[in-house]
Write a new protein. Structure first.
Length: 131
């Protein structure tokens, strides 16, 4: 087999493999961020630890953010690699009030989740929010 035929065959194989795997450009959050409410609480406490997660449609890095409202500064919470169809990070709210939470993967943002943060009592996993 000539070198040209080998090169053409290798190129065709590479294109086929890339099509089967899917493009990382399609990577995006597939739903809303779940702030990880403990004990079915509707409030989250300052200083309390929650595991925030978001469903994703592809592997890769996912970044999590928080802000007071549109136009306010954004606080970077953390980033993680998707594990299966989910990505998650630890979230410790440090300001009271209504917070907007979202995730970004490959430049695409998830829908916003609203979380009411009130005074937290305790710390880490042994913590609760009180309105």
């Amino acid at each position: 087999m000539s070198r040209i035929r080998i090169a053409v065959a290798a190129s065709a194989l590479a294109v086929s493999a890339a099509a089967m795997i899917g493009s990382p450009a399609d990577a995006a959050p597939a739903g809303r961020v779940d702030p990880g409410a403990m004990f079915s609480s509707v409030h989250y406490g300052t200083g309390c630890l929650y595991q925030m997660s978001v469903p994703v449609n592809s592997s890769g890095w996912v970044a999590f953010y928080e802000r007071k409202a549109k136009g306010y500064p954004v606080r970077f919470i953390g980033r993680s690699r998707a594990n299966g169809a989910m990505a998650s990070v630890d979230w410790v709210p440090n300001r009271q009030g209504l917070r907007e939470l979202y995730a970004v993967q490959n430049g695409k943002r998830s829908p916003i989740t609203y979380a009411q943060v009130t005074q937290g009592y305790g710390s880490g996993g042994a913590c609760f929010a009180w309105p």
